[in-house]
Design a protein around this ligand. Sequence first.
Ligand code: SF4
Length: 335
Amino acid sequence: MASFSARKPITIRLCGPRGFCAGVDRAIQIVVLALKEYGAPVYVRHEIVHNRYVVEGLEAKGAIFVEELDEIPEEHRKQPVVFSAHGVPKSVPADAESRNLFYLDATCPLVSKVHKQAMRHQRLGRHVVLIGHAGHPEVIGTMGQLPEGAVSLIETVEDADNYVPPDPDNLGFVTQTTLSVDDTAGVIKRLHERFPNLTAPAADSICYATTNRQEAVKQAAPGCDLFLVVGAPNSSNSKRLVEVALRAGAKKSVLVQRASEIDWDDIGDISTVGLSAGASAPEVIVNEIIEAFRERYDASVELADTVEETENFLVNRELRHVPLTVQDMAFVNGD
Ligand code: SF4
């Protein structure tokens, strides 16, 4: 006789911190507040954060996502355009100004800090080495803070081995904020070995949210038969969590955007499942996944918390007076 008690017991190790970081929270808030203050449509250049659920939720409220500013029709030039949390090259606000567009910059303050560190290196006469992933919008934005040729991109230890700088004694580095802490340490070590005068930025470029999520996954992954990370395939910090889980001892690790993507036929004989979410993944999807397990297993949730995060970034001055309803807050928080 089939009954609930016949279901296999499993433990879900739920990592904390997980999901939305302060920069993502702020970026979503800026779009929501702009819609309330200026009315729809509000244009957003690039996915505000790398998550379809969030993007579709904002579209339903009246946001229109474009890749470039010339996609904004003439009749909507008075409506605001928001720049995404990943940051933009300097040419983008300059272009917006030349088109008389009203823009709101949702670049995460921690990405802006990396921009400042890169500019500081250059001001002090150093060639800038940026450690990051080619083509990622944050990397495009950071490289675009400085003139062409002022920044060299290094992705791997092998790149560090082969790198030929313009002046080996005058180099400064920064990194993308969402890299693997361990991999990046390896690249920096190699660069230091080859270029002992390489100058580090005044503060770590990998952000608190990336570091904390990776550390929590590292703690929870040993002994997991499966480790699920909620996140988009183009989300750098989510992909890194999958790698961290595997390296830390999870037998298998998979990136999923929704519960519907879990391949239940392929899941095998599991008793412990790790669960985390990238910085752009809302909590509502974490809950959806826990529910999907509860429908199939006798699942109990074990909290695997490491540190408590208290970071909170203020939105743009123009929007600080706009009130948020309880429903807006739930959306902004990903609940
Ligand atoms: S992951 Fe880090 S740098 Fe990126 S938005 Fe979040 S806090 Fe900012």
